[in-house]
Design a protein. Structure first.
Length: 402
């Protein structure tokens, strides 16, 4: 029920323009789901696109109108406008991508769903409970700071209402990508667990070479072949998922980088002034809350991608151990073919081969944010000094007498 509500939340914000079709099996009366294209979803996305495009104008107008009543510098106005436009532009790109390539998205999610349903039926531990638990942690840890940030800024602020839709759209896209990576990690992990069970089966693989145990040889061979096919499908799906989300992630991560610079800049500026006012505390709370949202979402994303890559590489270690412990020629030949395939395939998640989405991306983002923070603060300090110097010179210059 929770995952179904999450799907409709994705659909509401335009990143799942599809519908769910229930399929009931007559044999075991089991109900399976199939994702199909939806014309209503495309119409809904067109409406969201019009809203997101018009948001760009309102963001610029709102920033300029607030500049008349605040003492923000030109640098801060440019930074606010750039961040607002970047959020709206990211939302537009995401909605266009999801609408144009919806058929490809449906194929990917249906393949994942078929493999997942097979794992659920074969696993007695009910893996959906563990998956839903991790999903809830990600959702609530991201949206609770968002609520605090909205309260800190004030719901009456027009900037909150204007940027609400684009902000939620691009955040939900990152959450969707993270959840798909979580699902891929579970599928790889489950496949590796089944592969390891070949070593610990009731009939040890070392005695499968016995002629009297030909049926067990066939059973082990069939199981390894099935797991190899699943791993091949998962590897192809991983590359398809990486390619599908490359464009949205390019804009999302670039936007996060710019927004984190903005919030860190305001926090450093407020702390450097050392003024104990209610407004200063509200700014700090607002910036820290939104910074937490941005940081947590990128941490969850990179961590999930790293776990998928690690689990896919672990398959090679398991197969190599099986090769060492297997004296049966038929099974050994099959394992060698599996191992040769694993040496050629490489699973990773990147953005147009510009950078990979893994834990090292966090280090790069942190170092770049620190560098640009120092540059912006030095630029502001230089601007303030030059402004105060000009003001002093104007005050010291006597007025001319005609």
């Amino acid at each position: 029920m929770f995952l179904k509500c999450l799907f409709y939340a994705f659909k509401l914000f335009g990143i799942a323009p599809m519908a769910i079709k229930a399929l009931t099996s007559k044999k075991n009366k089991a109900c399976h789901f199939l994702f199909v294209s939806s014309r209503l979803g495309i119409l809904h996305n067109c409406i969201l696109l019009c809203i997101s495009i018009s948001t760009i104008y309102f963001i610029i107008d709102d920033t300029l109108s607030r500049s008349l009543f605040t003492d923000k510098s030109n640098l801060e106005l440019v930074l606010d406008t750039a961040c607002g436009i970047c959020v709206a532009l990211t939302s537009v790109v995401i909605l266009l991508k999801m609408s144009i390539n919806r058929e490809k998205a449906i194929i990917i999610i249906n393949k994942l769903n078929i493999i997942y349903q097979r794992k659920v039926e074969s696993d007695k531990k009910n893996p959906s409970i563990l998956l839903v638990g991790s999903v809830k942690i990600i959702i609530f840890s991201i949206f609770i700071p968002t609520i605090f940030a909205a309260i800190a800024l004030g719901l009456e602020q027009s900037s909150i209402l204007i940027s609400c839709l684009p902000f939620t759209t691009y955040q939900m896209t990152i959450i969707q990508y993270t959840l798909i990576l979580k699902l891929l990690h579970y599928l790889y992990q489950s496949t590796n667990t089944e592969l390891q069970s070949v070593l610990t089966s009731k009939v040890p693989i070392s005695i499968v070479q016995n002629r009297l145990l030909g049926m067990d040889t066939q059973r082990v061979s069939t199981k390894i072949e099935l797991l190899r096919e699943i791993h091949v499908v998962l590897s192809h799906l991983s590359n398809e998922v990486s390619g599908f989300y490359a464009l949205p992630m390019f804009f999302c991560i670039s936007n996060k980088f710019l927004v984190l610079i903005q919030y860190c800049y305001y926090i450093a500026t407020v702390l450097s002034h050392k003024q104990d006012t209610t407004g200063q505390y509200e700014i700090i709370l607002h910036c820290m809350s939104f910074s937490t949202v941005e940081a947590l979402s990128i941490v969850y994303l990179t961590r999930a991608a790293g776990l998928v890559v690690t689990e896919s590489k672990r398959t090679g270690e398991i197969v190599s151990q099986l090769i060492v412990d297997c004296p049966n020629k038929l099974v050994l030949k099959q394992l060698n073919g599996f191992f040769s395939y694993l040496l050629q395939v490489q699973v990773d998640f990147s953005v147009f081969n510009l950078y990979q989405i893994n834990e090292s991306l966090l280090t790069s983002i942190t170092s770049y944010i620190t560098t640009y923070m120092v540059i912006l603060l030095q630029f502001k300090e230089t601007s303030c000094r030059s402004g105060s110097t000009e003001h002093t010179e104007n005050m010291s210059t006597p007025p001319s007498v005609d």
